[in-house]
Design a protein around this ligand. Structure first.
Ligand SMILES: Cc1cc2nc3c(=O)[nH]c(=O)nc-3n(C[C@H](O)[C@H](O)[C@H](O)COP(=O)(O)OP(=O)(O)OC[C@H]3O[C@@H](n4cnc5c(N)ncnc54)[C@H](O)[C@@H]3O)c2cc1C
Ligand code: FES
Length: 280
């Protein structure tokens, strides 16, 4: 089968649904237009698409949907600026541009038989959702699955049904923390790292998947490193300003690495020397 002729050329994608998950987060469900002779490329959990709103801008957004849901692509997005706010105002039937999937996803096949610790902050839960679903569908191939989500305020927590479903899976623990919480919040109040005594993993056979603010990821690496997890067992999904998405423009560089092409998922030791250094 031929590839879509120009990997950098957006294809039209119709908005088939928009779900408002919280006051600041929404999920856009897109159906890319079929292109004769050029099927949609398959994607892996952790990869991203570039979403183009003509006249407004183009931004990278991770793919949330299950790779098995052929033809429909979900993107869960936090409204922070010009493009994300404009995407939130779309309606079913509107058409935007889409190119991708791009980047390196989570190392799921390579880490079979490992315990998994997934720690996310805020909308950082979106890029790992596909990885969690992948593991839950192949539960017997992995060890204990720990899912930890942190939010600034309890009102920011979304996907309650999804987390409740994950908590029902065998050998799976779901832990949630909010820095600040309303009176009916049933989970922890405080930092995600304060929940780490409840994690179940063998430090010699664990993979830690991280996505969220870099300060949070650094704190997790410190805490779990002190519990014997080596740098080579942490995988981070990194965010940088992107323009081309395919390793041409240099906007997304962390030292010699292009986040769009070599990432967004990096093994920690690959970027440790530059992680959280100003200017990188
Ligand atoms: C590989 C990759 C995957 C991504 N996946 C997702 C995803 O699944 N969901 C998602 O919501 N976002 C995701 N992002 C981030 C998303 O691309 C940015 O939020 C988006 O580009 C902002 O565009 P904008 O025009 O709305 O904001 P801009 O107008 O560019 O920014 C407006 C203001 O918001 C600030 N800002 C920008 N981005 C963020 C941010 N992430 N957090 C806090 N403040 C910010 C800027 O500093 C600026 O002050 C991803 C980024 C990368 C690199
Ligand atoms: S966005 Fe252009 S090189 Fe990564």
């Amino acid at each position: 089968m031929p590839e879509w002729p120009e990997p950098q050329l957006p294809r039209p994608a119709e908005v088939v649904g928009i779900e408002h998950e919280s006051p600041t987060v929404f999920t856009l469900r897109l159906r890319p237009a079929p292109v004769p002779g050029c099927p949609l490329p398959r994607f892996r959990p952790g990869q991203f698409n570039m979403l183009l709103l003509p006249g407004v801008g183009e931004i990278p957004i991770s793919i949330v949907s299950d790779p098995r849901d052929a033809g429909l692509l979900d993107h869960t997005i936090r409204k922070v600026g010009r493009v994300t706010r404009a995407l939130a105002n779309l309606e079913p039937g509107d058409v935007i541009g889409l190119r991708g999937p791009y980047g390196r996803g989570w190392p799921l096949r390579e880490r079979e038989q490992h315990d998994l610790v997934v720690v996310t902050g805020g909308v950082g839960c979106a890029p790992v959702t596909g990885a969690i679903e992948y593991v839950i569908r192949r539960r017997e191939r992995y060890g204990y699955l720990n899912i930890v989500q942190g939010v600034k305020h309890s009102d920011d927590f979304f996907w309650r049904e999804r987390y409740a479903r994950w908590a029902e899976a065998p050998d799976t623990e779901v832990l949630v923390a909010a820095d600040e919480a309303g009176p009916l919040w049933p989970w922890h109040v405080g930092r995600v790292t304060e929940l780490f005594d409840r994690l179940r993993f063998d430090p010699k056979r664990v993979s830690v998947l991280l996505c969220g603010p870099e300060g949070m990821m650094a704190a997790v690496i410190r805490e779990l490193g002190a519990r014997g997890v080596p740098d080579t067992s942490f995988w981070l999904s990194m965010e940088r300003n992107m323009q081309c998405g395919v390793g041409l423009c240099g906007h997304c560089q962390i030292g010699p690495h292009f986040v769009c092409r070599d990432g967004p998922v990096f093994r920690y030791d690959e970027i440790a020397a530059l992680f959280r250094k100003r200017g990188f």
